[in-house]
Design a protein around this ligand. Structure first.
Ligand code: GUN
Length: 283
């Protein structure tokens, strides 16, 4: 079997197209578009690429968009003061503080300072807790994007063995909870797991560890759905996922490419969360 590719670019474009009507409706209703503020600290090159792409998409959709770029030497107090200012700004519906932050800053304290109603990353403990309880409000963008991709290919997780590789707060944990909330039987693997044994039983594999080719082709159960969240740079500068793509493709039913798979979905879902937050704040 050669897997069908899941075209993240096309699905992300569909999500963005759906949002255009929401933007127009909001302007008609409250006289302004949804607004997102992105905060970037320091000069991490990958963060700069992500943030530029987020801003470009927000502007294309006609959102209000603000970018705050702070020096790497900014103090915790200064960063917290900016977050409080954005919390109080009525034109800002969504606040995103790009991670990672420089080491001298306490990222958890910053994320907890964001108004949960504006937490379009879904990283605040309140939003993470609501997801944990099965009553999600604002959900982390990458796992939300994966769920949308599964919907698009007609994969219903209910009763299926779904294996998430990675337990980060950004992807692995919320991914596991979304799948659990969709009635999957969920396994979350980490550095102490027998990853090969767990993945071999999986009807769905979501790889989110950041280790190139950790998931080799022989791990994949024939017919499984393979979602690769990994974004790793090879020494030659090529972008590769966590899955050894070509051999996995020969066994899976559906697989995401890297790039062009999950990547484009994250930003589309960020825009979707901003619309959700804007609607909730203005209704
Ligand atoms: N760094 C890597 N991924 C993300 C993300 O989804 N949101 C934020 N804020 N930072 C990130």
């Amino acid at each position: 079997m050669t897997a069908q590719l899941i075209d993240g670019k096309a699905i992300a474009a569909k999500v963005r197209a759906e949002l255009k009507d929401d933007v127009a409706a909001m302007i008609a209703r409250v006289g302004r578009p949804p607004g997102i503020a992105v905060v970037r600290v320091g000069d991490d090159p990958a963060s700069k690429v992500y943030v530029t792409s987020k801003e470009k998409t927000a502007l294309e959709l006609g959102f209000g968009s603000w970018h705050h770029h702070l020096e790497a030497t900014v103090t915790q107090a200064e960063l917290m003061a900016l977050v409080r200012r954005l919390n109080a700004d009525p034109a800002v519906d969504g606040i995103l503080v790009q991670l990672p932050l420089p080491r001298h800053l306490d990222a958890n304290a910053v994320l907890e300072a964001i108004d949960p109603a504006k937490d379009v990353d879904g990283f605040h403990a309140l939003n993470a807790g609501l997801l944990f309880q099965g009553r999600p409000r604002l959900v982390a963008c990458t796992p939300a994007g994966v769920m949308r991709m599964l919907e698009e290919i007609g994969f219903d997780p209910a009763g299926r063995n779904c294996v998430v590789v990675g337990r980060s707060n950004i992807v692995g944990r919320p991914m596991g909870l979304l799948l659990l909330n969709a009635s999957a039987t969920v396994t979350i693997c980490h550095s102490k797991s027998d990853v090969a044994a767990e993945v071999r039983r999986a009807d769905l594999v979501v790889a989110a560890v950041g280790v190139p080719k950790l998931i080799t082709g022989d791990f994949i159960k024939p017919g499984a759905v393979v979602i690769d969240v990994g974004m790793n740079r090879t020494p030659e500068g090529k972008l590769v996922g966590d899955v050894d793509f070509e051999p996995a493709r020969e066994r899976a039913s559906f697989i995401t490419p890297v790039p062009g798979g999950v990547g484009p979905m994250t930003i589309a879902m960020l825009m979707s969360n901003t619309v959700t937050a804007a609607k909730a704040r203005t209704s």
